[in-house]
Design a protein around this ligand. Structure first.
Ligand SMILES: NC(=O)c1ccc[n+]([C@@H]2O[C@H](COP(=O)([O-])OP(=O)(O)OC[C@H]3O[C@@H](n4cnc5c(N)ncnc54)[C@H](O)[C@@H]3O)[C@@H](O)[C@H]2O)c1
Length: 326
């Protein structure tokens, strides 16, 4: 199979690259390396069955050719991470919306119909307070939405593009609403909590909890996520499909901090930072976010193999090695 992965030098994308190359597929990545890196793909750069195009999805003139080559496309390229969402509200809209629109238009005109998987986000549920978030729920968009919501709005636009191209142009599309995904190669500097906590615990710094820490999230290991994405891409349909992808073991960020400290055997303290200080501006967080997985489980067989503790132990070991801490 020929697989095109936009954003394939990033956290989730690079694990998809590993999976498809290990299976004997040919893989082409397009990535501008804004948050992704060559290091994530270092093991593959010289392989004849792998190609990296360093380019911006919004302007890249190789897009049509790459799309025409592919049997399957994972569209992951996006401006991601709370810090970048707040800093770059305009280029976020452009990258996330125009990038997706360009990609789907290229598919429309490529002369055939590859499977397309679009990465959306649990952020589209907005500030809903339901215990479990289901794909058929109404979504909430706040009036006079501050730039913080541009990410959700951009992902909703991508969903609408995807479903419309599926129904009108017959392109088989799966939209995945990803919940918090964690694991190797995720970096903490754009606002992701787990890599930041793990580094702080391993190096003995205080774990900085943003807000009061009662907000809760459910985490999934990326090595499970990519298996699910692969199986879901196989289910792409011209009726268009929206599926939550994540785990449903929710815990508060305070409990996560305690868990990381315990697993690392660290004596780090836990400190709290108001959102305004952490992000340099007002920020509305979502109190809890947990997916309903009924649809996912009806569609695919894979169930997560990685527990949160196993993921944390693995990340702690990697960071210890990287930081030279015994
Ligand atoms: N990690 C999560 O928990 C999570 C949750 C919800 C949704 N998602 C979605 O999954 C996808 C992958 O996210 P990730 O966590 O791997 O983040 P990431 O930042 O590691 O990956 C995004 C990749 O896109 C690339 N990119 C950004 N702008 C680009 C452009 N204009 N042209 C080409 N490449 C560009 C980046 O360099 C990066 O490699 C994103 O679409 C994100 O919105 C992730």
């Amino acid at each position: 199979m020929h697989v095109l992965i936009t954003g394939g030098a990033g956290f989730i994308g690079s694990h998809l690259v590993d999976r498809h190359l290990a299976r004997g597929d040919k893989v082409h990545v397009v990535d501008d390396l804004s948050t992704g890196s060559r290091d994530n793909l270092a093991a593959h750069l010289d392989r004849p069955d792998f190609r990296l195009s360093e380019a911006d999805i919004v302007t890249w003139d190789g897009l049509s050719e790459a799309v025409g080559w592919a049997d399957r496309i994972y569209h992951l390229a996006a401006v991601v991470g709370v810090f970048r969402v707040l800093e770059l509200p305009i280029s976020l809209m452009s990258t996330n919306v125009i990038g997706c629109a360009r990609l789907l238009r290229a598919v429309e005109h490529c002369g055939w119909r590859p499977q397309v998987l679009l990465a959306s986000s649990s952020e589209v549920y907005g500030p809903r307070t339901d215990p479990c978030l289901r794909e058929d729920m109404d979504l909430i968009i706040q009036p006079e939405a501050p730039p913080r919501w541009n990410y959700a709005i951009s992902k909703l636009a991508d969903e609408a593009f995807g479903l419309s191209y599926a129904r009108i142009e017959g392109i088989p599309v799966t939209v995945v609403r990803l919940f918090n995904t964690v694991g190797p190669r995720q970096v903490g500097r754009y606002g992701m909590v787990v890599p930041r906590f793990v580094r702080q615990a391993v190096t003995g710094e205080p774990l900085m909890v943003f807000g009061d820490g009662t907000q809760s999230r459910a985490f999934t290991d990326v090595r499970d996520t990519v298996v699910m994405l692969d199986q879901l891409a196989d289910q792409a349909t011209t009726e268009g499909l929206i599926v939550n992808v994540g785990g449903n073991h929710e815990l508060s960020i305070n409990d996560l901090a305690r868990r990381v400290i315990e697993r690392a055997g660290s004596d780090s303290a836990i400190e709290r930072l108001p959102y305004e200080v952490a992000y340099g501006q007002q920020y509305v967080d979502i109190p809890h976010r947990c997916p309903d997985l009924t649809r996912l489980h009806a569609l695919i067989e894979h169930r997560p193999q990685w527990t949160l503790d196993a993921t944390l132990d693995d990340l702690i070991a990697r960071v210890r090695q990287r930081e030279g801490v015994s």
